[in-house]
Design a protein around this ligand. Structure first.
Ligand SMILES: Cc1cc2nc3c(=O)[nH]c(=O)nc-3n(C[C@H](O)[C@H](O)[C@H](O)COP(=O)(O)OP(=O)(O)OC[C@H]3O[C@@H](n4cnc5c(N)ncnc54)[C@H](O)[C@@H]3O)c2cc1C
Length: 546
């Protein structure tokens, strides 16, 4: 075993950009409030650098891969391998603090789609598992370096596939290579006057290929739609050869196979290019905060917007618990004065609704805002200050996770979605499951929830959990997550946008049926007959014999 002193440690991973480093600290008032609210003791749990096993990549396989990508792009040093060991879930971060960690035997970085194809063929020949690695922001174990039944596993780092391939301004379609990270995609498209409009909270690090592979959903999904709705075409490297899909905006030529690739989480092939619908950059934007009294009133408002023609880009409703945490931790808010202000206007259980509009010009934006607000009543407006505060801090949350973990907090999120008629039952079931699992003498968990994606027929629910960490953090969160997943099963989907990965795979059959699992398994067998692609993710159920 090689001890590692200087690997890419979790703190560096969570300090997403140098500009964001200041956000990574936990302000004193927040730490004090958490101590009171959840019963946090004053414990320190520093990062412990894990040991990294020697690479098990056979010499002939290494030579073959180096012949394709160049020797310097087959990295077997401990630091690089550790930096591609797992994603960014709470348990991933725990693993980087001295827990059990799965480390790939090499990190291989091809330069272009053809090289990706040849790397895959070489891995088939040498029977080596391949974990496609985009931004590594998976929170469901999607980039865990699992070997399956193979002797070695590589992380296929897509970072060098970083080009804007083409822009078709007539059709408004841009083709991007899969490894382009979202901020670069926006920068490159902006040079042509376009935006993708895809802003998930993982925006700063996640890639175009990762978005497609996981059916991602951004914070402006109300205006721009989910990522799969943007995908016009894909280029995929598979063990059976290259596959290109997407020749028209819509087609009746059988089932949409493009959508079989979108969401396939690297188990069917490696997406190397994505053709995406783009839109002109909006000239004007406006974000506002509205407060409703109680969850029911807030949900009714969001449903009205989704069903009756609300014309917003961002619609995000926090429940009373999340509103409390948000107002308190923001610090800038004078929470007592705010409560008094709201109470004077009849609001006893504040639920914050953030609305965002984007428009061609001021008149367009004003028309959209009017059309939206016409559908709402019974709210207290907090104006643009609350909306802008959310917009400015919208990528900051993840940066504080390591500071919270340093302070002894178990901090994690999970998400689901369902139809409107079952939304309250789902929220109540998940809350109860998490609270029952995590509440112990002295530990008073916060379980906060919001709706950030809404549809005519239903909405997503996104839960954030804060609780003092126990002496066995893996068991503490594994038990709580299992309880939440069991509560979700039968009421909603096991994932609205985080995907299946390893963590949700045991619950997939409940949702899509045994037949559904068999269909996925047979597609997998067809495209990846020897099972080199991302073992243990998405398709782990039945594999029917031929
Ligand atoms: C703090 C935080 C906030 C998040 N917020 C959101 C959010 O708002 N919305 C949302 O949708 N998700 C969110 N996520 C989840 C995550 O960012 C998404 O799943 C994202 O789409 C993953 O992109 P990535 O490039 O990081 O993919 P990775 O994490 O590298 O990979 C994800 C999965 O896709 C596979 N994969 C990656 N690239 C390819 C490829 N080119 N071809 C085939 N398979 C591939 C991987 O093997 C893995 O199974 C969040 C995650 C974090 C840590």
């Amino acid at each position: 075993m090689t001890p590692v002193a200087d690997h890419l440690d979790p703190y560096a991973r969570a300090t997403w950009t140098p500009a964001g480093a200041a956000d990574a600290r936990l302000p004193a008032h927040a730490a004090g409030w958490l101590r009171e609210r959840i019963g946090l003791r004053d414990v320190r749990t520093p990062v412990v650098h894990p040991d990294v096993p020697e690479s098990a990549l056979p010499g002939d396989a290494r030579a073959a891969l180096a012949a394709i990508v160049g020797d310097e792009h087959v990295r077997t040093d401990a630091r690089t391998r550790l930096g591609r060991s797992g994603g960014l879930s709470y348990l991933d971060l725990v693993a980087h603090r001295g827990g059990q960690i799965d480390v790939p035997d090499a990190v291989v970085a091809p330069a272009d789609p053809d090289a990706v194809q040849r790397v895959i063929e070489s891995c088939v020949e040498h029977d080596i598992a391949v974990v496609p690695f985009g931004g590594g922001t998976s929170v469901v174990g999607g980039v865990k370096a699992l070997r399956g039944d193979k002797a070695a596993v590589i992380a296929l780092d897509l970072a060098r596939l970083d080009r804007l391939v083409s822009v078709d301004p007539v059709s408004r379609i841009a083709v991007l290579q899969a490894g382009v990270v979202a901020p670069d995609a926006e920068r490159m498209l902006a040079a042509h006057g376009y935006t993708l409009g895809h802003f998930p909270q993982s925006f700063e690090r996640a890639t175009v290929g990762g978005f497609a592979a996981t059916r991602s959903s951004g914070q402006a999904s109300a205006g721009y739609g989910r990522f799969e709705a943007m995908v016009e075409g894909v280029r995929v490297a598979t063990p059976r050869g290259e596959w290109r899909l997407g020749v028209a905006p819509a087609s009746a030529a059988g089932p949409d196979l493009k959508q079989l690739v979108v969401g396939s989480e690297g188990a069917f092939g490696v997406i190397t290019e994505v053709a995406l619908r783009v839109r002109p950059i909006p000239e004007v934007q406006r974000y506002e905060g509205l407060v409703f009294d109680g969850w029911a009133a807030g949900v009714a408002a969001v449903r009205a917007l989704a069903q009756d023609g609300g014309r917003c880009s961002v619609v995000r409703l926090s429940d009373p618990q999340e509103t409390e945490v948000g107002f308190t931790l923001k610090g800038g808010w004078k929470i007592t004065a705010l409560r008094r202000y709201l109470r004077a206007r009849g609001v006893v259980e504040p639920c914050l609704l953030v609305l965002g509009w984007e428009g061609r010009d001021k008149a367009d934006l004003a028309a959209r805002r009017r059309a939206t607000l016409r559908l709402l009543s019974g709210y207290v407006s907090l104006g643009t200050a609350a909306g802008e505060a959310w917009r400015h801090g919208r990528f900051a949350g993840p940066r504080q996770r390591d500071a919270l973990m340093d302070a002894g907090v178990c901090v994690e999120t999970l998400e689901t979605a369902t139809h409107w008629s079952r939304l309250d039952a789902l929220r109540a079931a998940v809350r109860t499951a998490l609270l029952d699992s995590l509440t112990t003498a002295g530990r008073r968990p916060i379980v906060a929830c919001h709706i950030s994606h809404s549809y005519e027929t239903g909405a997503s629910l996104y839960f954030t959990v804060l609780v003092p960490r126990s002496d066995d953090p893996v068991a503490q969160w594994t038990d709580a997550k299992r309880a939440a997943c069991e509560a979700i099963t039968g009421l909603g989907t096991i994932s609205h946008h985080h995907a299946v990965g390893v963590d949700h795979a045991p619950y997939l059959a409940e949702e899509i049926g045994g037949l559904g699992v068999d269909v996925l398994a047979s597609v997998k067998r067809e495209l990846d007959p020897t099972g080199v692609l991302n073992p243990g993710k998405l398709v782990v159920g039945r594999r029917p014999a031929r």
